[in-house]
Write a protein that binds this ligand. Structure first.
Ligand code: MRU
Length: 356
C-alpha cells in the first residue's frame, strides 16, 4: 500500500539485513529500521516496532533466517526459535511461522541453508499478501451488498490496526475496505482509537489517510452510541488467534464492540488468514493473554510544538494500572469469518468446510 504515494510492504530483506517500518514512530515519523540479528527481531516484536499477528509471524520467520545467518549451530537455532515464539504470547502466527521454518530447515546442513531459510521467509510474506488480497475480494461482497441496499456511504467500524501495517500488505480487516474503495463504493471508517497504544488512531487512520479513504477517529467507548444511532453498517476487526470453534481473540475491547453490535443488530465480521487459526486449543480460557507493562497506560506519547516525540505521565504517580492486551469474543457474537478461502460461520462446521 502507499505512503506518500510510494508503494511499500511492511518487511523485506536486502543486503543481508531485514528492513521494517518502525511502527513505534508512526504517524509522526516514517522511519525504516534494519534488523541484523535474531535478537533485533525478537526485540522489534517485543517493543512493537512490528506488530499485528501476520506481521509478527513474518518477522519471526525472517528472525530465524537471521539466526541461521549469524550462527548455523543447531542449539542456537533451537534456542532462537523458542525465544521468537515466546516474544509475544497471544498471536498464534509466531508459532505457526517458526514451526514452518523449522520444518523446512530440518535435515539441511548444506551451504544452502541460509538461502532456503530466506526463501521460506519470503514465501510466508508472499503468501500472506495473497491471502490478505483474497480476504479483501471475499469481504468486498459484504460491503457491496450493504451498499446496494443502502445506496449511500457504507459506515464501517474497526478496532485496533488490522490494516496493511499489521500484515505484509492489504491488511485483514482493511482489505475489504480497500477493495471497496478501489471499486468506487463510498466507504467511511469509524476508527477506534484503541487505548492504550492507540494503534487505531496512530496506524489505521494514518494508513487510510494515505489511501485517501474517509475516516474518523473515535474514543473507544463511542462505538455503542453510534450503533444505537444507526451510524454503523458493519464492524470488521482482525484477530490474533481464532479457535476452531470460532471464538476470536483480538485486541482488548473487541469483545465490548461485539456485544454492542449484537445488541444493535449490526453485523460483526472478523477477517483472518488461515495462519491465525489455532486448531489445537479447544477452550478460550487456555489462550495465553498477554499482559504488557502498565507504563503503556499511565504514559502517552505525541509530538510537541517543536515536532519532537515526547512521552508524558497522565496518571497519579502512585496509581496502579493493569494492561491486558487482548480479550476473547465468543463465536456467538461473530456474524462471520472472512478468510482467504471464503466467508464462513464462526463455528467448527463453518471452518471445517473451508479448511478441510
Ligand atoms: O497489539 P497489536 O497491535 O499487535 O494487536 C494487533 C491486533 O489486535 C490485530 O487486530 C490483530 O493482530 C490482527 S492484525 C491483521
Amino acid at each position: 500500500m502507499r505512503i506518500e504515494g510510494k508503494e511499500y510492504r511492511t518487511i523485506w530483506f536486502k543486503n543481508n539485513v531485514v528492513k521494517i517500518i518502525d511502527q513505534t514512530k508512526l504517524p509522526h515519523q516514517f522511519a525504516i529500521k534494519e534488523l541484523k540479528t535474531v535478537n533485533d527481531a525478537i526485540n522489534a516484536i517485543k517493543v512493537m516496532e512490528v506488530r499485528g499477528a501476520p506481521l509478527i509471524g513474518a518477522t519471526a520467520a525472517y528472525g530465524l533466517a537471521l539466526a541461521v545467518q549469524e550462527n548455523n549451530d543447531k542449539e542456537f537455532i533451537k534456542k532462537s526459535a523458542n525465544q521468537l515464539i515466546q516474544s509475544r504470547p497471544t498471536a498464534i502466527n509466531l508459532k505457526w511461522a517458526v514451526d514452518r521454518m523449522i520444518k523446512k530447515l530440518a535435515g539441511i546442513n548444506s551451504d544452502q541453508i541460509l538461502s532456503i531459510a530466506l526463501n521460506e521467509a519470503k514465501e510466508i510474506c508472499d503468501e500472506d499478501e495473497k491471502f490478505c488480497e483474497n480476504i479483501g475480494i471475499n469481504g468486498l461482497k459484504i460491503i457491496e451488498e450493504i451498499y446496494n441496499k443502502k445506496k449511500d456511504t457504507v459506515n464501517i467500524l474497526t478496532h485496533c490496526n488490522a490494516g496493511w501495517l499489521a500484515t505484509i500488505n492489504w491488511g485483514t480487516a482493511t482489505s475489504p475496505i480497500y477493495h471497496a474503495h478501489k471499486k468506487g463504493i463510498p466507504v467511511h471508517v469509524w476508527v477506534d482509537e484503541t487505548r492504550p497504544r492507540n494503534q487505531g488512531a496512530n496506524l489505521t487512520s494514518y494508513e487510510l489517510n494515505e489511501e485517501e479513504i474517509p475516516n474518523t477517529i473515535i474514543a473507544d467507548n463511542t462505538g455503542g452510541i453510534l450503533m444505537q444511532r444507526g451510524e454503523v453498517d458493519m464492524c470488521i476487526v482482525g484477530t490474533d488467534r481464532t479457535l476452531s470453534n470460532g471464538d476470536v481473540c483480538n485486541k482488548i475491547g473487541t469483545y465490548l464492540k461485539a456485544l454492542a453490535a449484537h445488541d444493535n443488530n449490526v453485523p460483526f465480521y472478523v477477517a483472518l488468514p488461515s495462519s491465525t487459526i489455532d486448531w489445537d486449543i479447544k477452550d478460550a480460557k487456555d489462550i495465553p493473554i498477554e499482559e504488557r507493562n502498565s507504563d503503556e497506560l499511565s504514559h502517552v506519547e505525541g509530538i510537541d510544538d517543536n515536532n519532537e516525540i515526547k512521552k508524558v505521565l497522565i496518571y497519579p504517580s502512585k496509581s496502579k494500572a493493569m494492561n491486558l492486551a487482548f480479550d476473547v469474543t465468543p463465536a456467538k457474537y461473530v456474524t462471520g469469518l472472512i478468510t482467504e478461502k471464503g466467508i464462513s460461520d464462526a463455528s467448527s462446521e463453518g471452518l471445517k468446510k473451508l479448511f478441510k
